[in-house]
Each structure stands twice: as structure tokens, then as C-alpha cells.
Design a protein around this ligand. Sequence first.
Ligand code: FES
Length: 138
Amino acid sequence: METQSRRKFLGSCLVGTAIAAVAAALYPLYRYLAPSQSGTGTAKVTFAATEVPEGEAKFFEYAGSTGVVVRTKGGLIALSAVCTHLGCIVQWEKDKQDFLCPCHAGRYTPEGTVISGPPPRPLPKLPLTQAEGKIIIG
Ligand code: FES
């Protein structure tokens, strides 16, 4: 009788440990796949205009996603940094002055127009205004 009780207890411990291990392994996957809960809505993002010199890009969190501001010779442009192919975050390639998607080598101009690769659409533009030395997105 005591042996059966001990077996039952050890079995319960083993099942509990297995459940905890599976949960610990799956939680990072869940966090990666789940949409971001922060920054949704109409919040504005503001930063100093000096943070984006000509030829440079600045990435930021916007409305639960990632945006980017780039300053070209023609001025400032704010875009979604989410690739229109499968949703990877594009990278700014300063030496080439374009955006590269690292997932499938999609390329975009600084204005978000597709240059090459699989992206089906341009990067969406974000509303941008400037006032008193600040860049305001949203
Ligand atoms: S996800 Fe960007 S090119 Fe495929």
C-alpha cells in the first residue's frame, strides 16, 4: 500500500515537472508569435530632429509595431519597418542608402518603394510632422 502511494506521488511529481518543462519551452515561442500589446492606438512618437542626420535612419516602436524615419537629401520620411512580404523588420543599409529585408533579401528605396525581391507592396508611410526641432510620428 505504501509502495503504491509512493509511486503515485512520484508519478505526480514527474507529470508536474514535465508540464512545467513544456510550458517553459513554449513560452518564448508564444511571446515571439503573439502580437505586441503595448503601444497600440494613436500614441505619438516624438524625438529631436538632430537624432536623424542626413543619410541615417532611426527605428522606433509605433502602434505596436516598428517604424523607421530616414533623412534623405529630399527630407524626412517615416515608414513602417515591417516588410510587406512576410513581416520581417527591414534594416537600413547606410552604405547603399536603401532598406534590406534580411529574411528573403527584399530591397526598398528610402521612400519605401520595392527595388527587388519578393515584397509585393511598398513599405507603408507613417504620418510625420516637424515642429520646434522635433520629429513627431502619428
Ligand atoms: S519577409 Fe521581407 S523579403 Fe520576405
